[in-house]
Write a protein that binds this ligand. Structure first.
Ligand code: FES
Length: 108
């Protein structure tokens, strides 16, 4: 698929997830404390909870419902109850704007 323009990177607050929907795909956009922007599937793999309503801690996004933390770069859970990863997506910054391709990256 084609990357979709989201917003200026400067408009995304550090450690405050932003929910976007691209072609029907819910995605949590997170700018970490180093300023890197990540795109991670917004639906927790353990339940129908929006991860964008959770908390950013270190390099993870934590589900507020039961506490599983998902790595921002891989989508892999670091703790139970979730044991399946959520997808992650390609982020590019062009002329200061964030673009996300809603095709899940293949993580080994
Ligand atoms: S719904 Fe996210 S950990 Fe249970």
């Amino acid at each position: 698929m084609t990357a979709v323009k989201i917003c200026p990177a400067a408009d995304i607050a550090v450690n405050q997830p932003l929910k976007v929907t691209i072609e029907g795909v819910p995605i949590a956009v997170v700018k970490d404390s180093a300023g890197t922007v990540h795109a991670i599937g917004d639906t927790c793999s353990h339940g129908e909870i929006a991860l964008s309503e959770g908390f950013v801690e270190d390099d993870t996004l934590e589900c507020w419902a039961h506490g599983s933390k998902f790595e921002l770069t891989t989508g892999k859970p670091k703790n139970f109850p979730a044991f399946e990863p959520v997808p992650v997506y390609s982020v590019t910054i062009t002329d200061g704007d964030v673009y996300i391709d809603p095709t899940p990256l293949v993580i080994s």
